[in-house]
Design a binder for this molecule. Structure first.
Ligand SMILES: [Ca+2]
Ligand SMILES: [Ca+2]
Ligand SMILES: [Ca+2]
Length: 566
């Protein structure tokens, strides 16, 4: 068997402090924990890899009492945090405009608002517009949207105007030339923000089937139709996103890991990169590859509600603290040129080994040179005294006050009300959930999500990985990949072993499920009924099934009803 049962678990002082507190907390609630679960909890908090941190379904419980553990989570000002979430770029507009050339691509392709809504799944904030534009868009939205009846929605100039008005959600324009006017036709630049993949609108003006919408912002809700791949492909220099694409690496024996049969190389053309990004088989709609590891491992956009109730972060549970996760998004993903710095390279080497790490960084430098990108990294961040740590994986950290303000804002976001169509079915489903699912999930979504990482073999019994890199510096586990499954791809390189825990998946809050079109982080399951249907097979990811269709449908009703209200 080539699966590591455990690996060394040395701690930094900081980690040890957290660990000791966690163990003390666990001991306090010992009486309410089943022994097996407690053992697993201690193992996962103590950071020693183990498969024992999950149990068969608990009986008659409201959820695992691991949830009693407080999430250490500083906060600032929620009102200021809203602005950070919606508009803060820390200067990444230089990357998106000067390096990736996104707005230039929109102009070159004569992209209209309708195309942005339909093809890219972008959404438009109606409140950001002046009264005349608002009225025209409302009127046009009630027509058949043809160029004759909806001229403004079909006019490429409108898209520029909407961007200038900061109405295109997640891609704000900045007054880069500091002339007091925001106009991207005249030297100003467009960046990206968190809202891009974590906000929709109420679609009160227009709802584009399988696309975006026009209406009022609803922060925290996942845009299931956002086509981020196609958005990046729209840039005139999509090659600038190189380290976050699926790569072919010599260090990996010329192989590639991901959904595409061949990966991108430093010499790949713009057309080849665009073809990868705009193929939904390779870069599915609603997904984002958030690791600069050479793996093509897009994951489904996650909702962000009540972040005070959840941790660790990411499907892999790699990051313990919310502001650390958010800092990594800013410093590594919204301007990936940071990986070419000495600290960036060091982190790439830590993740992928020296050969692969250097190959990614060197390849990227080659791409940037070949495409005339200079002056990077662009991101405005502070040098951190502890490079490589969770606080600053790439050696830099954006403004801490703003990160803590955003923590407060994300904590305050409420999930939409659950959908109840058959109250009796919901109540039967709840009873069944209590009996079958509470070794991992809580019944009551107002309670903190248990913080343990579910071991890969528990959540995915078909996990049978080959070893891609046998040795990494402790506490990192070897790089592993189960062939013929995407489910584990995210966790191949980046997983919770980085903080001394295990390779597996973290537990989500079960919220806004009625609106979700596809399930599990790898988009592998098309409906809640399928999720619970034994026809997926006992070796499939998340193998918790009901053979009886009536029981399944009760459970689906229950899951759709969940929210954080009373
Ligand atoms: Ca392109
Ligand atoms: Ca990746
Ligand atoms: Ca795999």
């Amino acid at each position: 068997m080539n699966y590591p049962e455990s690996w060394p678990c040395p701690f930094t002082e900081h980690l040890l402090g957290v660990t000791m507190n966690a163990i003390k907390e666990a001991q306090k609630v010992r009486s309410r924990l089943t022994p097996v679960l407690l053992l697993g909890l201690l193992a996962s908090f103590a950071g020693c890899g183990s498969d024992s941190n999950t149990t068969p379904a608990g009986m008659g419980s409201d959820g695992p009492d691991a949830s009693e553990m407080p999430v250490v989570h500083q906060t600032g000002n929620a009102v200021a945090g809203q602005t950070v979430f919606r508009f803060e770029t820390f200067g990444n507009e230089q990357f998106w405009t000067d390096a990736l050339r996104l707005q230039q691509g929109m102009m070159a392709t004569q992209m209209t608002p309708l195309m942005a809504l339909q093809r890219l799944g972008l959404s438009i904030d109606i409140d950001a517009l002046d009264a005349t534009t608002r009225q025209t868009l409302v009127a046009e939205s009630m027509t058949n949207l043809s160029p004759q009846s909806a001229p403004m929605l079909n006019d490429p100039n409108t898209l520029i105007n909407l961007i200038n008005a900061n109405a295109v959600i997640g891609i704000p324009a900045k007054d880069s030339n500091r002339d007091g006017i925001v106009n991207i036709r005249n030297g100003d630049k467009t960046g990206t923000t968190c809202a891009l993949c974590h906000t929709i609108t109420d679609a009160s003006v227009l709802n584009m089937p399988n696309g975006g919408s026009i209406g009022r912002r609803q922060d925290g809700r996942a845009p299931h139709n956002l086509n981020f791949g196609a958005l990046v492909a729209t840039g005139l220099n999509s090659r600038a996103y190189y380290p976050v694409l699926q790569l072919t690496l010599n260090a990996n024996g010329g192989r590639t890991l991901g959904r595409a049969p061949t990966g991108i190389r430093p010499t790949s053309t713009e057309a080849e990169v665009d073809a990868y990004l705009s193929n939904p088989e390779f870069y599915p709609v609603g997904m984002f590859d958030d690791t600069f590891d050479g793996n093509g491992d897009p994951m489904h956009n996650m909702p962000l509600f009540r972040t005070d109730l959840a941790a660790p972060w990411g499907s892999d549970g790699t990051i313990a603290r919310l502001d650390n996760f958010n800092n990594l998004v800013y410093t590594g993903l919204l301007d990936p040129t940071t990986v070419t710095t000495p600290d960036g390279r060091a982190f790439l080497r830590k993740l992928g080994g020296t050969a692969a790490g250097d190959e990614i960084a060197d390849g990227y430098v080659q791409v940037l040179a070949a495409t005339g990108v200079t002056g990077f990294p662009f991101l405005q961040a502070n040098v951190h005294q502890n490079p490589g740590s969770e606080e600053a994986p790439l050696g830099i950290r954006v403004d801490d006050t703003k990160l803590l303000d955003m923590n407060a804002y994300l904590n305050s976001l409420q999930a939409p009300a659950g959908v109840v169509t058959d109250a009796a079915a919901v109540s039967r489903g709840r009873a069944s959930f209590r009996n079958n699912c509470t070794s991992c999930h809580n019944v009551d979504q107002r309670r903190p999500v248990p913080a343990f990482v579910v071991a890969m073999r528990t959540i995915f019994p078909g996990d049978n990985p080959e070893v891609l890199l046998p040795q990494r510096n402790p506490p990192l586990n070897p790089i592993l990949n189960t062939v013929d499954s995407f489910f584990d791809d995210k966790m191949a390189v980046v997983n919770a072993s980085l903080r001394g825990s295990i390779r597996g998946t973290a537990l989500p809050l079960l919220l806004d499920l009625a609106r979700k079109p596809v399930f599990l982080h790898d988009n592998s399951v098309p409906s809640l009924d399928d999720l619970l249907n034994p026809s997926r097979g006992a070796a499939a990811p998340h193998p918790f099934f009901f053979a009886d269709p009536a029981q399944r449908s009760d459970m689906v009703e229950f899951l759709r009803s969940l929210d954080t209200g009373s």
